[in-house]
Design a protein around this ligand. Structure first.
Ligand code: ZN
Ligand code: ZN
Length: 418
């Protein structure tokens, strides 16, 4: 760095921040020369956005367009807007995004807001606003979940988020700790992050190759409070790490990422399961989730905290009660070993095995890019306006792979690959 870093909090290492920006463009997106880029970010993340934009143009970006949000502006809607506001969403904006993705614009999202931002607001208004937003976002979201274009999410150490994770520290110290945790989890704290990511992607590829060779019919999870059989969709494919988008670009959608995941069969999930970490869902903490599945559908759901929000989420649509993802993460993953609860799915889902309610990824099918939505559904893929991951793995999780002939293969023992 040869310029004074006037806009960066003194507690955030500018060299590592720049590496994160470089990794977002070169590993996360692998932005192609001439390709346009759409960025969404909290306004507080401006120092990271500026670095990302610089790396994007150096990589040959056509046009970079950032959109900013702000915690205070989000809150003022809940405090002052008329009731009818909560059924509104910026459909015009999402239609524009969908148009941009159709024209091969890459997508980068920066997260960093206070995960508890809306926890003090009216739960019914939060649910209405979320639903209106999810419905309006659907045309753009479909292009992302179907990997029409290369996309990526990275994190910025927001102050309120840092204080939530490190309540006993002053603001500056808390931000420094969160920044370090983000840099470590995102594998940008070494001297050659690009090479680190190449090695990491190769290791994840070994796991997905093995699982794809096994062609399991179902996985059986057992652990405290959990006895769950998750049928796998017909023609499912395990993916993890780098993914090839339909535009031919290999991207790493999530930074960090430790998971390998596939599509469960929406009609073939049986038994009960308990969450092993709290779920932070759009400003509400939902803890100790316990649900029971019959023929793929959640027929009973409880939580020690946030149960009302959970049950509203489950009523979003028919697919909200069924699974769209099952993911395997060893208990010894770096994020799990950090012992930190991030209250953010991008990080916490990489600390434990998890399942997701709602929409499946068509990518997680053999030749998924060529399947129509009707074919995805016929093979057992779920459809919903939501996609919410929650953690079910721990150091006590055992997983068996079940073959169609009834034989079992150990996959995980005590939270680790068997
Ligand atoms: Zn996942
Ligand atoms: Zn997910």
């Amino acid at each position: 760095m040869n310029k004074p870093e006037r806009h960066i909090a003194p507690s955030i290492d500018p060299v590592k921040l720049d590496r994160l920006a470089e990794v977002a463009i070169k590993v996360g997106l692998q932005l192609a020369p001439g390709q346009d880029l759409l960025i969404t970010a909290p306004v507080a993340a401006l120092p990271l956005v500026r670095r990302i934009v610089e790396h994007a143009y150096k990589a040959g970006a056509g046009l970079v367009t950032p959109f900013f949000s702000d915690e205070e502006i989000t809150l003022s809607r809940y405090r002052a807007a008329p009731d009818a506001s909560f059924d509104r969403a910026a459909g015009w904006l999402y239609e524009g995004m969908a148009k941009a993705f159709s024209a091969n614009t890459a997508r980068l999202a920066i997260v960093g807001d206070n995960p508890m931002l809306l926890s003090g607001e009216d739960a019914a208004k939060v649910a209405r606003a979320n639903k209106a937003n999810s419905m309006a976002y659907q045309p753009a979201l479909e292009k992302i979940v179907n990997f029409d274009v290369n996309w990526n999410i990275v994190a910025w150490p927001g102050t309120a988020w840092a204080k939530l994770m490190f309540p006993d520290d002053g603001e500056e110290r808390a931000v420094a700790k969160l920044a370090d945790a983000i840099f470590a989890a995102s594998r940008v704290d070494g001297t050659d992050p690009i090479a680190n990511w190449t090695a990491h992607n190769a290791a994840l590829r070994q796991r997905t190759d093995w699982l794809n060779g096994q062609r399991f019919h179902a996985l059986h999870f057992s652990g405290p409070g959990t006895d769950l059989t998750v049928g796998l969709a017909d023609g499912h494919e395990w993916v993890g790490g780098a993914s090839t988008s339909k535009n031919g670009i290999v991207c790493n959608p999530n930074i960090p990422t430790e998971e390998v995941f596939t599509t469960p069969h929406a009609q073939r999930v049986e038994g009960h399961v308990r969450s092993t970490k709290p779920l932070s869902y759009q400003g509400t903490l939902i803890d100790n989730i316990a649900v029971r599945f019959e023929q793929g559908r959640i027929v009973e759901a409880t939580a020690s905290r946030g149960a009302d929000v959970l049950n509203k989420v489950l009523d979003t649509d028919e697919g909200a009660r069924r699974l769209g993802e099952v993911a395997l993460v060893p208990h010894s993953s770096p994020i799990s070993k950090s012992g930190l609860l991030f209250y953010n799915t991008l990080f916490d889902e990489n600390a434990a095995c998890h399942i997701a309610l709602g929409q499946c990824y068509s990518k997680c099918f053999v030749d998924g890019g060529k399947l129509t939505p009707e074919q995805v559904a016929a093979q057992g893929g779920n459809k919903s306006f939501i996609h919410i991951d929650w953690m079910i793995g721990s150091g006590e999780t055992d997983i068996d792979g079940l073959r169609s002939d009834g034989s079992r293969v150990p996959v995980f023992r005590k939270g680790e690959w068997a």
